[in-house]
Structures are given as C-alpha cells and as structure tokens.
Design a protein around this ligand. Sequence first.
Ligand code: AMP
Ligand code: GLY
Length: 634
Amino acid sequence: MKLIALLISNTGTGTNLQAIIDGVNFGKINAKIVAVISDTSDAIGLERARKHQLPIKICPKKQNLLSLLKKLNPDFICLAGWKQIILDEVIESFPNRIVNLHPGLIPDSMDGKVLNPDGSWGLWNRGKLTDQAVQNFLDNGATYAGSTIHFLSKDFDFGLVLGRCFEKVQKGDSIDSLYTRLKKKENRLYVDILAKLCQEGKMNILVIGSNGREHALAATYAKSKKVKKVIMTPGNGLTDYHNKKIKNYPSVTMMDFEGIVKVCQKEKIDVVDVAQDDVIAAGYVDRLEKLGIAAFGPTKKASQLEWDKEWARNFMAKYGLPIPKFRSFSNKKEATSYVKSLPEQLLYVKAAGLVGGKGAIRAENKKQAIEAIKSMSQFGKSGETFLIEQALIGEEFSLFAISDGEDFVVAKSAQDHKTIYDGDLGPNTGGMGSVAPTGCVTASMIRIIGIKIFKPLLKGMKKEERPYKGILYLGGMLTKDGVKIIEFNSRWGDPEAEVILPSIQTDYLDLVQAVRLQKIKNTKVVFDKKVRLSVAGCSKGYPGDYSSVKGKEIFGLIDARKMPGITIFGAGIKREGNKFFVNGGRIFHLVAEGKNVIEAKEKAYKAMAKISIEGNNLHYRTDIGWRDINRIKN
Ligand code: AMP
Ligand code: GLY
C-alpha cells in the first residue's frame, strides 16, 4: 500500500481533498493518507481532515516543508489547493512524486500543444491560477476548458502529464458555472490518476544493452512477479530464447536514444534500466526522466565517478577516501618530467575517459611509464587527460552497493579475472570469468568499507549536488595497508552481475523502487548462500582481432545449459532459428552454482566441455576461481 500526503491551504472549499479522501476510504485508491498538511490552521479542508480522523500538520513556512515531508516519506505528495511555492529542493528530493492539478491544458513537451476534443487547440493557462485560469478560457472564446494533472517539475506549470480532463464551454457560461462543472471532472480525474499511481499492478521493464550483464538483469527482472514483460534494446541471440517474458528489439541499438524512446512508448515501459557505462555516461537517465520515462541508474553528473577518472580521483581525495598517490596531466611533457622525478616503481598510466575497461596501462618502470604516456593518444579524446598513479599491490575485488542517494545496502562481493590467459597472463579483457562471493572480502571488511568508503562517498556526492542513485561498484584492492580504491563504476560489473544477480532472493523490482523512492534504508536484500562461478566463452583472437571467427556456428550451448546448476547468459551471440552464431569477442558467460567454489568450478568446466565453435575457435580460461580455491585449500 502506498503512502500519500495531501497539501492544502485556505483556498477553495477542498473538493479535491474530499474526493481523494473518499477515493481512499472507498478503496479505489490503494493508499494510506499519512498527513494533511496545511500552511494555515484556518483552512476549510482541515475540517474535512478532522472529520475523517486524518493526521494534520500545520507548516506555515515553505522552508520547513522539506524536513516535514522527509520525516513522513510519502510515496506521493498531492497538491490539493496548496498556495505556496514548492521550493526546488523539495522537487529534487521527490522527483516524479509530487502530483499537482493545473486548471489549463499542459502539453507533453514545452513546445507542444494539446488538442481539444473538437480538434481546436487547448489553452495552457501557464502562470494563471484558479478563477484567473477559467476567465482565460472565456476571454479567449475557447470551445473547451480543461485541467491537467501532472508531476511537479522545476519548470513552472509544467512536468510529466498524468492525465487531462475537458469541459465544453457553454453559451452564457460564467466563471462560476464553468468552474463548477470543470471541478467535478477534476475531482474524478484526480482520483483516477491516484488510483493508477497507487495500484501495485505489473510493470513493463526495458533493459538497455546486449551483453551478459544485461541478460542477467533482464532474467532477474523477469523473475519478479510484479513484472509483466522485459524488453531489451537490442538484446542478443540468447536473451529471448529461454524466457517468454523477455523480448528483443535487435534493430534498436544502445546509442539510438530516439529509437529507445519509441520502444518505451510502444511497449508502455514503466522503468528503463540503463545498465551500461556508455549509456549512463550519455546521460540517458536525465534524458529519459525529462521525457517522463522513469529510469533506474545514476544521472550523468553522478556517474562522472566512472566516466571521468580525473574528476573521480580529485573527488576521492577531497573527501578523504583511501586512494593511491596520483596526478593528472593533459600535457605529455609535464607528465614525462613528473615520471622522471619519481623513484623507480610500478606505476599505472590511465586514460581519464571511458575506453571499455582498456585504458589503464601497467608500467613496470619509468621507461615503460613514459612509453605509456605516449600511447595515451590511441584513446582519442578519452586519453587527452590521463592519470599517473602509484600501483596498489594486493588482491583485487569488486564490491557492490545499492544506493538511493542518502543510504545504501551492500549487495555482494565478487572477483573478476581480467586477463585473457590462465595465471592472470596476457592483455586485459572485459573480464574472463568471475566468482561471487569472494572469500577475499570478509564481513568485517564490508563493514569497514561501508564506514570508510560508501558512507563518505554518498555524503560527498550529495554535497557536490550529484546524489548517487543506483548501483555503485567499488573496484577495490586489499593491500597490506587495508582496502584502497582502484576505481568506482556506476553500474553492475560484467561479468560480476552474472554471478551476483541470480543469488538475489528479494524481488529486484522492489529494490529498484526503493532506490527511486529513497527507501533503501528500510529495505532488506536477501541473497542465497550458493557460490557462483562464471566462465566467459570467447572468440579465438579476442581481445585482439577475432574477425575471422565472427559468424561461425556455436555448438552444444543448449546441452550445456541443461546440466544441473548451469545458466548461460548471452553476449556476442546471434540466433537463426535454433542455431547460434558468433557475433562478438565475449560470446557467452556460463554460470555454475555450487555449495562452494570448488563444486561450482567443477560443474562449470564440465558444462564448458560440451560447447565448441566451428573450426575449434572457442577460447576460455580454465582457472577461474583459482584464488578462492587456494584460499579454501590452504
Ligand atoms: P581501470 O581502467 O581503472 O578499471 O583499471 C583497469 C585495471 O588496472 C584494474 O582492474 C586494476 O587491475 C588495474 N589498476 C588500475 N589502477 C591501478 C592502481 N593504481 N594500482 C593497481 N592496479 C591498478
Ligand atoms: N568487471 C569489470 C567491469 O565491469 O568494468
């Protein structure tokens, strides 16, 4: 059941308030009224509230409204005659949760127009209140008057439109006669809209992306009883194969924002999960929300933590987070003389922008570091600014938190295996396999990371006016001096998502909604106790050139998937009929579950042995989980 707060003043007679109270009492609106808030104690509506024994709060100062609302934390705040301006800070704290009624026809976009039922243009009445607005319909000889219910946005008399009603203007209408009829319709509309907002009906989700992480996400959403269908743009050849709830739009690519918006409209999408780094960095969350489409993930400003390593390191330094010594440069000469001034040591030279996880170069000595500086040009714009960092020595891990901007819950730890060959040799890839949870991260470490890293980070992000809402990924190093931050990412890891998401027992949609409504603090996330291990099946040649493998047939996937405890998430894979073909470097992620990492590994490789690619072109690592296995054995 949703919680709603109603805001009134001493204007009007409180008919909207009464309609909402009745709607709740008659069970049409599945909600509880947590407070009727008025700015004066003489509002007529208060009589109505008292009659129905509703909690009353008097809040004369608009500056005090935010703290009051935060305490009540309603799902929706309904303006029903509230006179005062709602401050921006309130709108920011309750995005798409403040419902307002405007006596005019608000268009869907700033430059749009509303059609009346007779085809004439509707009047917006922007900036006009009550009687003034009704007068405006009459003054302009409008054939229809109308009202709009919308979410409040920082734009004056604008915001996502939830519904409109129309009333035909009659000959000889006065303000009074017209408004009386319009009000009846407004009352009904308000109740209908709230009924819809509060209904716990099934939702349609869109997941953007086509890789293993996105497939794991789609499968996790599909598990929710509250989810009707999951749409993927574009998805891959496996995403929609075993799961009837998942549907692909293969022609709508990740960067096709307009295409994605069209799919949202066509499929009546309730929430978009942006899921993937490039898309998040392109500001999809902001852009979708602006269009009134709910999106899950951090805003462009919040995700600067990932897409701008220079900004991120400066932020971490400013808020005292544990990081290695670093300096950023845009000038190669200066960077080179800095390196020369250092004692001989292991360094990392890292492009500041996004380069698909391949922008960090390990330099064993100063000579290699100077070479690495030169090579930053290969990353184009992303490498124009770069960092020189002291190398952190220790064991690397990933730890995930789900944050609503104020609070967080720690999700789970995992360990990625980044290099292409066994023994952690060869060039870095997008990730060749993973284990979750990893024994590298203990419960006490998680507590300390919460206190020393996640908490101050969220506080800092808020202070920098970019509250972090979404999945927060800590790439950490367990050094002899404790945990240090390698980097933050603004999403689930890939291939970490594949081994974490299947273990979440809590309805994932509830988690997403808790983040959106800033209620993560009171949300418990339950995981099963199994260990999961993933192995990435790759095209021979990856992460280098594998073009000759593209299009080759993959065998044995379905047999492997049938084995107990095995799931397969697709990535660079295509399907034609019942046949699968290579369509990328990392083709699929096979995930095995077991009571411990040894059992999970055994199952995983037994299943992998069933899979092959035409011409012996399948490559995978055979030692995923080796650190955790050594930990158990020693
Ligand atoms: P990044 O591009 O920041 O994800 O870095 C890629 C990989 O480089 C990380 O997963 C680490 O293995 C390694 N790395 C980056 N920075 C450091 C550092 N300061 N010390 C040690 N390893 C690092
Ligand atoms: N696991 C590496 C990444 O997702 O960036």
